[in-house]
Design a protein around this ligand. Structure first.
Ligand code: HEC
Ligand code: HEC
Length: 480
């Protein structure tokens, strides 16, 4: 996919640009990339091109340890859907597909991180929620900055985005030698010591279990490099960073297409929803048990972190994004967005509440529905049942990584979405939970009280709560 061509199509017919990008993204996630096309990397000098195990022991020039950018894992596979496959394409993965990651190049298996493969459905909703929450936090930061300079006094603000609290941001006025319009020589010196659940930059990052990436695009090129050995030109430019003799392995337009595709995939659904629409058989007893489990999910305070619904005000997904923190003015390759053809005013755009190309169904009464899209709110926004508060929490020792790679805590994770969780086992970041019950009882730290509340439930109530989770499914409704 050529980004400049895509930009021309956006200007002629935005709808067509979306459809073409989606189609190209579909092909790219399924494509079996060959070594000739750039898949794999020079692992060592013996000709090995793929590896399940990180190989920090191979550190001669051009080998595993010296690739650019620094390799964390693999390359393992020839296609995205080799791992993202269950219960169908773009889904989750079983334990044999786990990512085995050595970001610190320790070469020590005790320090390797293990990551289970999550599903890729409707990820545009995740980025839109994160963008809007980030905008709210940034506005509160800017407001505090203005007020400390106006009053000349220290101050603080309770950070809140979409009703979720992110602790307290404090600031005091400081002097700057370079005056700014409006503030003169005053600049706010921020103290982020009491900020909670988000980095000091106040950018909500939800991609990857650890939540190290804000945008779908940056995560995707990271995955393509690490899992497939497919190096995007926006990452390495003309350099053969993985020494496989191939350059320009994925174009700017390819990354745009992959991003649009995963962003616009159908949303997860539920057995209750499908039964109500006459698209699935569900006995009265089972439906009642799921409803009872939903009430218990709230009662055990699971919903304090796994917030059932968040709404986005503006349901338009844009690639490139308009939001600072989700858009790079300069790409890692050194090329500017403008040179690469990533233009905010020619973004490929679609509506989360209307445009998903998948899961269009006709009900028994003849009504056509797009069950791939999210429901609309009264004010034209999108209602996203994602079961997350988009905030990081300390989950206790049992859920700790062996090493703290990012510096915000080995046991700290953003609340994992439960959308589709009935279809994505095994569970937890390392795939260690073989049942939903196992996943729940591994919760500790900030979730200690909630886990105890679950454990204190009589067995039939615990079963109902699990039945509610099993009801949150991924379902391919397209007639083949
Ligand atoms: C070897 C198996 C494997 C392959 C191949 C693979 N992935 Fe993944 N994918 C994973 C794992 C494991 C994670 C979780 C990574 C983490 O938490 O850091 C993941 C996470 C993701 C996520 C983040 C999802 C979320 O909700 O946080 C995206 C997006 C993604 N992959 C896209 C892709 C794309 C696109 C490709 C092909 C270019 C691809 N993956 C290839 C295993 C794989
Ligand atoms: C303090 C916040 C918090 C509370 C409270 C909480 N969770 Fe979680 N939950 C998380 C986080 C964070 C993860 C990801 C942990 C990991 O993988 O290491 C998670 C993971 C899960 C998973 C696994 C998801 C997957 O895709 O593998 C399930 C299931 C789950 N939680 C259910 C529950 C239930 C049921 C409750 C109430 C009894 C609950 N959670 C309470 C934060 C919370």
């Amino acid at each position: 996919m050529n980004q400049f061509r895509l930009n021309e199509i956006v200007r002629e017919d935005p709808r067509k640009a979306f459809e073409e990008a989606f189609e190209a993204g579909d092909e790219l996630t399924e494509a079996m990339f060959t070594i000739e096309r750039g898949a794999g990397a020079m692992v060592g000098r013996d000709g090995q091109r793929f590896t399940r195990m990180p190989r920090a022991d191979l550190n001669a020039d051009g080998e595993w340890t010296t690739h650019l950018p620094a390799r964390e894992a693999g390359p393992v596979a020839q296609s995205c859907i080799a791992c993202h496959a269950a219960p169908y394409g773009n889904g989750a993965g079983p334990n044999p597909m786990n990512g085995i990651v050595d970001p610190l190049h320790s070469g020590d298996p005790k320090k390797f991180l293990v990551r289970n493969t999550p599903h890729l459905f409707a990820l545009g909703a995740v980025q839109r929620i994160a963008e809007e929450m980030t905008a709210e936090l940034k506005a509160q930061e800017a407001g505090l900055g203005r007020s400390v300079c106006e009053t000349g006094k220290s101050g603080s603000v309770s950070l809140v985005a979409k009703g979720v609290s992110f602790g307290i941001l404090a600031a005091s006025p400081a002097l700057t030698p370079t005056p700014t319009p409006g503030n003169g020589n005053c600049v706010a010196a921020f103290d982020t010591g009491m900020v909670e659940g988000v980095d000091a930059d106040l950018i909500i990052k939800m991609f990857g279990w650890k939540g190290a990436h804000a945008s779908l695009r940056t995560f995707t090129r990271h995955a393509a490099h690490n899992e497939l050995g497919m190096q995007a030109v926006e990452l390495v430019g003309e350099t053969d960073g993985d020494h496989d003799g191939v350059t320009n392995e994925l174009t700017i337009g390819d990354l745009t297409a992959l991003t649009i595709y995963m962003a616009a995939l159908e949303r997860p659904t539920s057995k209750l929803e499908l039964a109500e629409l006459g698209l699935m058989e569900l006995g009265d007893g089972e439906a009642a048990e799921i409803r009872k489990g939903e009430a218990l999910f709230a009662k055990a305070q699971c919903s304090s972190c796994h917030m059932p619904v968040l709404e986005v005000v503006d349901p338009m997904f844009r690639e490139p994004s308009r939001q600072a923190g989700f858009f790079e003015t300069t790409l890692p390759s050194g090329q500017t967005a403008l040179e690469a053809g990533l233009l905010q005013d020619a973004a490929v755009t679609f509506d989360l509440t209307a445009d998903s190309p998948n899961n269009h169904v006709v009900l028994a009464n003849g009504d056509a529905r797009n069950l791939g899209a999210f429901p609309k709110t009264a004010s034209g926004g999108a209602r996203i049942a994602w079961y997350s508060d988009f905030k990081r929490h300390d989950m206790g020792e049992k859920l700790a990584d062996p090493v703290d790679v990012h510096g915000f805590g080995a046991s700290v994770w953003p609340t994992r979405s439960l959308a589709g969780v009935g279809s994505t086992g095994p569970w937890l970041h390392n795939g260690n939970a073989t049942t939903l019950h196992d996943a729940i009882i591994a919760h500790g730290g900030e979730a200690e009280a909630s886990r105890s509340a679950y454990e204190a439930l009589p067995t039939p109530d615990r079963q109902a709560l699990v039945a509610f989770l099993e009801n949150l499914i991924l379902q391919d409704l397209d007639p083949k």
